[in-house]
Design a protein around this ligand. Sequence first.
Ligand code: HEC
Length: 191
Amino acid sequence: MTNKKGKSKGSMTLFIVLLFAVVLSGCASAPGKGAIPVSTKAIEAGDAENGRKLFMGYAHFENEGPPCMGCHSVGDNGLLGGGSMGPNLTDISERLTLDEMAFLLANSGSEISPVMQPIYTAHPLTVREQADLIAFMISSEGQSETDKEMIVVGISLAGTVGAAIALGFLYRGRLRGVRRPLVNEAQKELL
Ligand code: HEC
């Protein structure tokens, strides 16, 4: 009786361990279950202008993913460009093929960004959006990249100078107000 029970317990454990092994190996080898990557042909019909709007966040993604600009810059977009968490995408079409870009945006195949993958798996990009985004990225090739460091230095300098001028204006009478009596007193002592 006890022997039988122990045996079934043992095979149950074995079953669970095997089940885990199957599930785990399945997870490891499963391809990214993201959106459907857009075909090269559809990219040719992509609307670069709409892609620009989506990239910058002027237009919203259907599944409410965050705009790419939060982490990426492209060309000389905007005064401060985009975020700098991800690489600058100005010449991305020299680094990646159209298919690789599509796989990356759809979170499938080997081109998966560990940073973008969880975000755009929860908020997948539609085939149309991928086509427009890729058309936009291709169209920005060769643009000059915003030199963000110089802009930041420029803004800081302008801010410092502006603050100095503003403070000088606000407190323009202050030093004189203190100094005049002091000077007067000192002169009195000398007399
Ligand atoms: C949360 C930040 C984030 C957002 C949002 C984001 N990306 Fe990325 N992206 C990254 C990072 C970081 C990498 C570099 C690979 C990595 O570390 O995951 C990357 C890599 C890429 C690459 C490959 C770059 C290369 O040099 O190989 C492309 C193309 C790309 N992103 C396009 C986009 C597009 C298009 C969007 C908008 C739909 C977007 N990304 C939104 C962070 C982001």
